[in-house]
Design a protein around this ligand. Structure first.
Ligand code: NAP
Ligand code: ZN
Length: 349
């Protein structure tokens, strides 16, 4: 039953991703084996492949945590899935399921969480390999159901970009009439705009790319502010209840904190490798809050997938072949992405 899995891996921080193959474990009684059809390309894949987060990457590194596919085998104790079902896997593949965070369906905060790639693999040893591969074996509890009527490729990025923006907007109770800012229109940002709009907020996109304005409006933004325009930024002072910051590189968060109303909140989602400078008065003067958010739990991820299926929300994607991944990374680093690359895994089979 053990099969060779074809993949693409980074072998060092400086080398491009290249073909690689390895063996997935046979499904245990609670495991589901999935033939991967599509995998989204998250900026975290680039940070990890290039070892940008403080030397935390183990090589070879097979990134990918926006996975949609079809079940090809299910262990004997699996209840939710059978062969032939559609299924999805996001950023986590295991957790202790006993701690306080797990009990509250917040497995992402479990101290023992196993991320989909670059995490110690407690079952098979070594470290986990992600979705830039032809198949994956995952404990049933971490596999999501996919509605049979949705488009599969644009569903894949919901597994990270979708839940990472949905979760903080829900947690902070974003609702009709609130004024929400989204910083950066990439994979996360475009989903942030769509969800904030769907929840009834008045949405402003802050972008460095004037050419993205028309798309932002189509996604539900009411206003666009070009963040390089200092006067336009100053004109936003004290306007926002909540801001989602999705920027992947070093930037000036003081400029965004100053656009919050009294008691407004800026939530960091982006994870630039360098520390982010913070001016004390940006939070003292108007009792502003600075917080962050990490993906979302499994229950909430399923809720988000079901919400998207019901409301017709998907990602805007550009499909690529596996062998185009290194070019896709270069384009993302230039903010040239509309608005998520998705790998057609058939190109690797
Ligand atoms: P992405 O698709 O590459 O989008 C990032 C966007 O940020 C760009 O399209 C650009 O938007 C803007 N940007 C890039 N460089 C900039 C700069 N120097 N100054 C200002 N704006 C800049 O990336 P993504 O996949 O959405 O991921 C975004 C970040 O979130 C990454 O750091 C990623 O690791 C992190 N992340 C965090 C979580 C979490 O759980 N918190 C989950 C997934 C990803 P404009 O062209 O509109 O300016
Ligand atoms: Zn991601």
């Amino acid at each position: 039953m053990t099969t060779n899995t074809k993949a693409y891996a980074a072998h060092s921080a400086k080398s491009p991703l290249a073909p690689f193959s390895f063996t997935r474990r046979d499904p245990l009684p609670n495991d589901v084996k999935i033939d991967i059809l599509f995998c989204g390309v998250c900026h975290s894949d680039i940070h990890t492949a290039r070892n940008e987060w403080g030397g935390t990457t183990t090589y070879p590194c097979v990134p990918g945590h926006e996975i949609v596919g079809r079940v090809v085998a299910a262990g004997r104790d699996v209840k939710k899935f059978k062969e032939g079902d559609l299924a999805a896997v996001g950023c986590m593949v295991d957790a202790c399921l006993e701690c306080l965070s797990c009990e509250e369906n917040l497995e992402q905060f479990c101290e023992d969480v196993t991320f989909t790639y670059n995490s110690p693999d407690k079952v098979s040893g070594g470290h986990t390999f992600g979705g830039y591969s032809t198949s994956i074996v995952v404990k049933e509890d971490f596999v999501l159901r996919v509605n049979k009527d949705v488009d599969l490729a644009p569903t894949a990025p919901l597994l990270c970009a979708g839940i990472t923006t949905y979760s903080p907007l829900r947690h902070h109770k974003i609702d009709k009439g609130m004024k929400v800012g989204v910083v950066g229109l990439g994979g996360l940002g475009h989903m942030g705009v769509k969800f904030a709009h769907a929840f009834g907020a008045e949405v402003t996109l802050f972008t460095t790319s004037p050419s993205k304005a028309a798309d932002a409006k189509r996604f539900g933004a009411d206003e666009i502010v070009i963040s390089k325009d200092e006067d336009a930024m100053k004109a936003q002072a004290l306007k926002f209840d909540f801001i989602l910051d999705t920027v992947s590189a070093k930037h000036d968060i003081d400029a965004y904190l100053e656009t919050l109303k009294r008691d407004g909140t800026l939530c960091l989602l982006g994870a630039p490798p360098e520390p982010i400078p913070l001016g004390a008065f940006s939070i003292i003067r108007w009792r502003h809050r600075l917080t962050g958010s990490l993906i979302g739990g499994i229950r909430e991820t399923q809720e988000m997938l079901d919400y998207c299926a019901e409301h017709g929300i998907t990602c805007d994607i550009e499909m690529i072949r596996m062998d185009q991944i290194n070019d896709a990374y270069e384009r993302m680093l230039k903010s040239d992405v509309k608005y998520r690359f998705v790998i057609d895994m058939a190109s690797l089979k």
